[in-house]
Design a protein around this ligand. Structure first.
Ligand code: ADP
Ligand code: MG
Length: 316
């Protein structure tokens, strides 16, 4: 017997959280949430469409993770504390064999970051999942894309390129479910602790969802500056290097999306303290410098070099 909407919500999505700022959660017409005094509410929403943002045969647990992770990554890029999430589900059926692991993946990530699911909507249709994430930040400390200044140092966290390489591998061949790069694609970690550590230190930040090169262009455009990207400094993970040539690895790092690493700029005077104060995971890589001339210039050992490739455009 297929589950009705009420039973489906009751069974999979009405777990009570333990946040005291949730005055009213799932079950009423809307949630009642208390924002701490002096903080701004930070809101982000992202939609995943089956066949476009996740493969039809993706493990449902990974889809649940991904739906929340992409939103928490946006909060991380603002330096925000995540607090609440809303989940809008369009589903072709109410199959518990899909919903149970989906909910497990979503709640596992939510629990790790103290996020409570406070509401949503459930309709029948093609599989489309929209999560709204809410959090808060002291307004003066929020990280924006627009604050980069000439002379600032340019950093990226972690191992960009691994997720993109994992997605390519999935599309090309049958890969084992525990493949390290595929795992990075399916279970990207939102860099929330790093985002918080960057408050008051980074001049600009964004999360890398559509590829480092293209996203750097967006950050530069928002700040009215340009950047010099030092190709020999691009971080290539051991796993990427083991499976791809240097040129191919660099292409993944520059143009692969879905890593949800943070790209950020730091005034030179603040860089040493930031690096010394950071816990090493994920590692921080200095990959270039902000300049006044607009656009992104790639250099290798001081020589200009053209790079070719395309990032992700989910509306194309
Ligand atoms: P309404 O018709 O007033 O929008 P619904 O029947 O859609 O109410 O939802 C009932 C309650 O269940 C609301 O509190 C809503 O936020 C919550 N809800 C609905 N779908 C979901 C979901 N997929 N995940 C979490 N909460 C949900
Ligand atoms: Mg509704």
């Amino acid at each position: 017997m297929p589950l009705g909407e009420f039973d489906l919500i009751e069974r999979f999505f009405s777990r009570a959280g333990n946040r005291r700022d949730v005055l009213l959660g799932v079950g009423d017409d809307a949630a009642l949430l208390e924002v701490p005094p002096g903080r701004a509410l930070v809101a982000a929403v992202d939609t995943l469409v089956e066949g476009r943002h996740f493969l039809p045969d993706a493990p449902p647990e990974s889809v649940g993770h991904q739906a929340l992770a992409v939103n928490l990554s946006d909060l991380a890029a603002m330096g925000a504390e995540p607090a609440w999430a809303l989940l809008s589900l369009s589903l072709p059926d109410s199959d518990p064999a899909w919903l149970e692991p989906f909910a497990r993946g979503l709640y596992a990530l939510a629990d790790r970051h103290g996020v409570t699911l406070v509401g949503g909507d459930t309709v029948r249709g093609p599989r489309v999942i929209t999560v709204t994430a809410l959090g808060f930040v002291e307004p003066a400390l929020a990280l924006r894309r627009s604050g980069a200044r000439p002379g600032d140092l340019l950093y990226v966290s972690g191992w960009p390129g691994e997720a993109g390489a994992g997605l390519e591998a999935l599309r090309a061949t049958a890969v084992p479910a525990d493949d390290a790069l595929v795992h990075r694609y399916r279970y990207a970690e939102p860099r929330l602790a790093l985002g918080r550590a960057l408050r008051g230190r980074a001049s600009a930040a964004m999360d890398v969802s559509d590829g480092l090169y293209g996203d750097l262009r967006k950050l530069c455009a928002a700040s009215g500056v340009g950047a010099r990207l030092e190709l020999e400094r691009l971080p290539v993970s051991g796993e990427l290097a083991r499976r791809h040539s240097r040129a191919d690895s660099e292409r993944c790092v520059l143009f692969g999306g879905d890593d949800y690493e943070l790209l950020f700029t730091v005034p030179p005077a603040a860089a040493a303290a930031l690096e010394a104060g950071w816990s090493a995971s994920p590692p921080l890589h200095r990959i270039g410098r902000i300049e006044s001339e607009p656009g992104v210039r790639c250099v290798r050992n001081g020589q200009l070099e053209e790079v070719g490739g395309e990032g992700y455009d989910h509306f194309a």
